[in-house]
Write a protein that binds this ligand. Structure first.
Ligand SMILES: CC(C)(COP(=O)(O)OP(=O)(O)OC[C@H]1O[C@@H](n2cnc3c(N)ncnc32)[C@H](O)[C@@H]1OP(=O)(O)O)[C@@H](O)C(=O)NCCC(=O)NCCS
Length: 143
């Protein structure tokens, strides 16, 4: 939650609450991946620098959220997380991985360079703090 609260600008209303995270992880489909500032799995007593929240349904895995602490960005942690997510998804039998992002998220180039391609768009799906509506773009990567 420390990373969640630091990584997402409240304006876009993308961050999840602890309750939402708990509920998603309480389902058998939900899982989380953590990374520390050295690119490893954090020791139980140490903090995380980044996370992925995801869910697996049948042979599809959806990345729900990815975040890295602002001061830790640009050091490859997001890429390590995304690669681990893809590898893990492949290892549990997923044929495709999906994610959805607001249409104006600069992370688009991050996803595209990792092999994700846009496959759909939902008009006005997100609503920002000031009430502006923004489309959602769905990306997929075939494994
Ligand atoms: C998206 C995010 C997780 C990337 O984490 P990161 O640790 O900075 O990513 P990396 O350092 O591994 O960068 C990987 C590549 O993507 C590019 N990249 C990463 N974030 C980018 C951004 N916001 N805009 C443009 N390019 C970006 C990097 O330049 C790098 O390119 P390279 O491999 O050619 O050098 C991080 O910017 C973040 O937490 N953003 C806020 C939360 C968010 O919007 N999440 C996505 C929606 S759920």
């Amino acid at each position: 939650m420390v990373v969640m609260e630091a990584a997402f600008d409240p304006h876009w209303r993308e961050a999840w609450t602890r309750r939402q995270v708990d509920d998603s992880l309480a389902l058998s489909s939900g899982f989380m991946m953590l990374i520390d500032e050295d690119g490893r799995e954090p020791a139980p007593e140490s903090g995380a620098a980044g996370f992925i929240l995801a869910r697996k349904v049948l042979d599809e895995v959806e990345l729900l959220l990815i975040g890295v602490l602002p001061e830790m960005r640009g050091r490859g942690l997001g890429r390590i997380l995304l690669n681990s997510f893809t590898e893990y998804s492949r290892s549990v039998g997923a044929a495709q991985v999906f994610l959805e992002m607001r249409a104006n998220n600069p992370a688009e180039s991050f996803y595209r360079s990792a092999g994700f391609a846009p496959i759909g768009r939902r008009n006005d799906y997100y609503r920002t703090l000031d009430g502006t509506h923004i489309d959602a773009v769905t990306f997929a990567k075939i494994l």
